[in-house]
Design a protein around this ligand. Sequence first.
Ligand SMILES: Cc1cc2nc3c(=O)[nH]c(=O)nc-3n(C[C@H](O)[C@H](O)[C@H](O)COP(=O)(O)OP(=O)(O)OC[C@H]3O[C@@H](n4cnc5c(N)ncnc54)[C@H](O)[C@@H]3O)c2cc1C
Length: 478
Amino acid sequence: MRMVVYWIAWGHTLKECPLRQHVMGEEGGSWNHPIDTGETPEDGAHFDAIVVGGGPGGSAAAGYLAKAGKNVLLIEKETWPRDKICGDAVGGKSLSHVKELGVKDTLEATPHFRVTGIVFSSPKGHQVRVALPEEDVQRLEAGYALPRQQFDHLLFEQVQATVREAGGKVMQGADVREVLYQGAGGGEDPGSGSGDLRHAKGVKVRVGGKKGVESAYFAPVVIGAAGYRCPVAKSMLEETYEEQMMDRDHYCAGYREYWDGVKGCEGNIGDIEIHFVDTVIPGYFWLFPVAEGVVNVGIGMVISLMDKQKKKLKAMQADVIANHPLFKERFANATMLPNTGRGWQLPFGSPRKKSALQPRRSASQGIFLVGDSASLVDPFSGEGVGNALVSGEIAANHILEGKGPEEYQKALWAALGPELTNSYRMQKMSRKAWLLNWFVGKASKKPAIQEMMTEMIASKEAQENLHSPWFMFKTLMF
Ligand SMILES: Cc1cc2nc3c(=O)[nH]c(=O)nc-3n(C[C@H](O)[C@H](O)[C@H](O)COP(=O)(O)OP(=O)(O)OC[C@H]3O[C@@H](n4cnc5c(N)ncnc54)[C@H](O)[C@@H]3O)c2cc1C
């Protein structure tokens, strides 16, 4: 079984994999197959909504709209199967959406790593384990870790079927190049124009690479879900409002590799690990097993802090693996899966200074942004899949209820702001080695703190407590 994910991460087709039947379960259920998304819509076609990007945010938005009977065009730049650079941890927050969108059972029937705890270590090497007990999975909503190639494929495959059943269309290998606005030409639908606030009316899409064919599609709303470089977010923020999209204080660089045979990461159930290693602070190093001995190993750091470092993330990671006393033995007999080392950016949802719109503008006339496109990644844990799914649902509900951009912006921050603000505080604290040493040292000896951390990480109700300084003070000090 170890070979299974190895082969997938390596980019081999399952046909070549000796354990093909075992992985696939039922014939045709694999995440390593192409997905048939049907016919391309005709140039100039109209829809109720256009969703740009088929990752978790776009799939959620398109899925919820289609479930409500809307005629959706879902556009994805890549062609499935495709990789996505990530830590591959899918937290508890995602589970209700995975279920609602109809993929929970399929997902659980494929190989995945069930997360039953998170191990944190401090720069001094103290460790604390936060338990997410299997018997409490339902209440605590503990999550999984599995390659995003697999997770996204399962989600997209189901959602594209839902979209098409509701009369919509799905495109892959289709690159959205431009957002079209009312009164601004770009097709046969001139619209009415709306003064200084441009109202989106559709998108221009290119299929077939640089010399490919361009088509225009129209809808009263365009959902930007194309990740941190989303063309819809770029058009809205930089062109319409002349606002900054990328912010080095609030964007994180991440680097990921897949390894096989790391000691302590065997099996399909256990802990994921977050290490605040002395040579990596102010960033962190992670080991997230994804099943059968294959581990997602990575490193992340806020970009403005990385600007001050001499080493790049890849070199830092190589150094930890080869030389750090906590890890070199664990990696002694491990091998990196070829061609799996890649970097990407995480747009954090940490509140920006002096901005009335938090974390930044996320909607405009005819535009809703979700997931990374709206900069919603948790600034402490680096988790963004859950918030992409949550924002996809909120955007869909606002569109279904005919609500406008201001209401969406408020609802999004009301739902995610407290948690993102708190995580930002924790991220800033985690830059200080002495504080981490103190906290992890204390937590490793105090079961009450470990229990608090379990509840904080996994239980929605307990997260409310995080906003009470008194509760935190009491638990830490007494
Ligand atoms: C190194 C790293 C580690 C991470 N670890 C974790 C983790 O362990 N857990 C976690 O929850 N999150 C993690 N994240 C964050 C997580 O990956 C993102 O927050 C999440 O993928 C956001 O989902 P999304 O749907 O908004 O965007 P994406 O997943 O980026 O999906 C965007 C989609 O849009 C498509 N697209 C792009 N441009 C266009 C275009 N022009 N036209 C059409 N389609 C387009 C892309 O191909 C892609 O399929 C990590 C991120 C990184 C970089």
